[in-house]
Design a protein around this ligand. Structure first.
Ligand code: G6Q
Length: 558
């Protein structure tokens, strides 16, 4: 058992927590007229306002002492030095090298990886430009109009989220679609209106063995060959057609060849890039196809800016460290189980799902790096949806429920459209919500409001408890100038490093995912029993047998 509770600094934080709980955000703002200035930070066009948190300078001082004692900076430096900090998979963790624009070398096992990164980027540049300009065409000589990325988890969520976030920059590129679910409906609905002669498939899988992706890839190949059969005049045609319409992104060349994709059409990355950290690698190919290679590079440059900040800024000014410390403060000291991501940006619709994987797969662990059970809560449940939609749905619980849910609001000053009225309404709602969560509505205010409506005394008394908002519900607001590729890169790197800091404080390995691997094994055992007409299944637990027999009975019917 690893205990943090026994640490002197932990106990001092617990005592301090009791003091904080005796105050509220109204009081904290009253005490310090410059609270916003004291509790916010900037990097380029990004502003991070963490003044609406249940913290004082003393809270941050203690949390920073915790970070020092837990040697967060040392682990960061080891990660950046290419050490095998992913201890259970014996791998380095060097996604930062993918966006290293400094010209400095970055090494794994004493070998500089930057030359390989440059070659992989050049491959992406040439290919994405050839497709976007029409220099590379489909089998009939027509330009590619559609790209279908087939991948799941880390090979889907990052590129899908970024492609959606940068949609305003995708006007001249092909339409990019993402198929992840093995539910045949996903592929069917995506392919329904596509023309095989103008469709490019990217099979994106680090391992090239993930069952869902390989099933989707095989079905896509069948669809393609069947839809283009009139132009196929022999086996050689099949090979050249596939070569023009199928590319792979993977670390597994053997499996890629086995599938029938030539090594020349394979975009590489390396085992030191974790799936959920891979959008910066060749896994980002659909992004480059959608918005152009130059903008993909701007995305990398934005992330690099945050990487440099994370690498060099002292703990006191380090934004990912600060956000990571706040995460631990709420999860381990104030009892918050979840964390809401609320982008007031329609283009960031997929951000909550992306961050859900980033955070929950990284820090959803109950043993430390040495394999001992931990006695403190680790990663939170991450969820969310774009504002203002969420306001008309789940915000009720945020404002008046019994749970403490720290929130991240995200909002941009300049929209991608010219509809000022829309944007002013969006901004006003965003700022109003974080203020309402923080400052609530007191009983006196609620009473005055009811009385001003001319209600009788008994009606006022009856309604009053329902109209009070407790406030002191914490949030961070991340505001930026404009959601361009650079800003998006900076923002995503901020979250990646925040998750790293939390994992380091908890001494857990944020870079493995044995729970995901379990899913990959389990289905293999059950698959054979889903054959039509199989005899009643009795080999599993009662519930699994019952479910299999239920669906098998229906599957046997016409
Ligand atoms: C990410 C996870 C997981 C992975 C998928 C797809 O960190 O490991 O989400 O990305 O299971 O794996 P492949 O890319 O190997 O198909």
């Amino acid at each position: 058992m690893t205990t943090l509770r026994g640490l002197d600094i932990w106990q001092r934080l617990e005592t301090h927590r009791d003091d904080i709980q005796r105050t509220d955000l109204r009081g904290l703002f009253r005490q310090d007229a410059e609270r916003f200035e004291h509790f916010s930070g900037r990097l380029g066009d990004l502003l991070i306002d963490y003044s609406k948190h249940l913290i004082t300078k003393e809270t941050l001082r203690l949390l920073r002492e915790l970070a020092r004692q837990r040697q967060v900076e040392a682990l960061r430096d080891r990660m950046l030095a290419g050490d095998r900090v992913n201890v259970t998979e014996n791998r380095a963790v060097l996604h930062v090298a993918l966006r290293n624009r400094s010209g400095r070398s970055m090494s794994v096992d004493g070998r500089d990886v930057m030359p390989e990164v440059a070659i992989a980027l050049e491959h992406m540049r040439q290919f994405s430009e050839a497709i976007r300009t029409g220099a590379a065409t489909g089998f009939s000589g027509l330009r590619m109009t559609d790209v279908v990325n087939i991948g799941i988890g880390g090979s889907d969520l990052g590129p899908a989220m970024v492609t959606e976030a940068l949609r305003p920059y995708a006007q001249e590129g092909p339409r990019v679609h993402f198929v992840s679910n093995v539910d045949g409906a996903h592929l069917t609905e995506t392919l329904r209106d596509l023309n095989a002669a103008t469709t490019l498939f990217i099979i994106a899988s680090k391992t090239f063995t993930t069952e869902e992706t390989m099933i989707n890839a095989r079905s896509a190949r069948e669809w393609f060959l069947s839809a283009s059969k009139d132009s196929l005049h022999g086996a050689a045609d099949t090979t050249t057609h596939i070569a023009r319409h199928f590319v792979a992104v993977s670390t597994n060349e053997r499996e890629v060849r086995q599938f029938g994709i030539d090594a020349a059409n394979m975009f590489v990355f390396w085992d030191w890039v974790g799936g959920r950290y891979s959008l910066w690698s060749s896994i980002g190919l659909p992004i480059a196809l959608a918005v152009g290679f130059e903008r993909f590079v701007q995305l990398l440059e934005g992330a690099h800016r945050m990487d440099e900040h994370f690498r060099t800024a002292p703990i006191e000014d380090n934004l990912p460290v600060t956000l990571g410390l706040l995460g631990v403060w709420y999860g381990d000291f104030l009892g918050a189980d979840s964390h809401a991501v609320l982008p007031y940006v329609q283009y960031l619709e997929r951000l909550p799902a992306f961050l859900q994987q980033l955070d929950m797969e990284s820090n959803g662990k109950r043993v430390d790096r040495e394999g001992h059970r931990v006695d403190y809560p680790t990663g939170p449940i991450v969820w969310g949806a774009p504002g203002t939609n969420g306001q008309h749905a789940f915000y009720q619980l945020l404002h008046q429920g019994t749970r403490l849910v720290p929130c991240d609001f995200l909002v941009g000053a300049q929209p991608h459209h010219a509809m000022a009225e829309h944007h002013e309404s969006l901004l006003a709602n965003c700022f109003a919500q974080s203020a309402a969560l923080a400052f609530g509505k007191t009983e006196a205010e609620a009473r005055a409001e009811l009385e001003s409506q001319g209600l009788a005394a008994d009606a006022v008394a009856r309604l009053l408890p329902h109209k009070v908002f407790p406030g002191s519900r914490p949030s961070t607001t991340i505001a930026y100038r404009h959601l361009d590729p650079t800003t998006l890169g900076t923002l995503l790197a901020l979250y990646e490093h925040k998750v790293f800091v939390m994992g380091a404080l908890w001494n857990i390995n944020s870079f493995d995912q044995w729970g995901v691997e379990l899913g990959k094994q389990l289905a293999r055992r059950i698959r054979p029993q889903l054959e039509r007409g199989a005899a009643p299944v009795t080999s599993h637990d009662g519930s699994t047998n019952g479910l299999l027999n239920f669906v098998n009975a229906f599957r046997a019917l016409p």
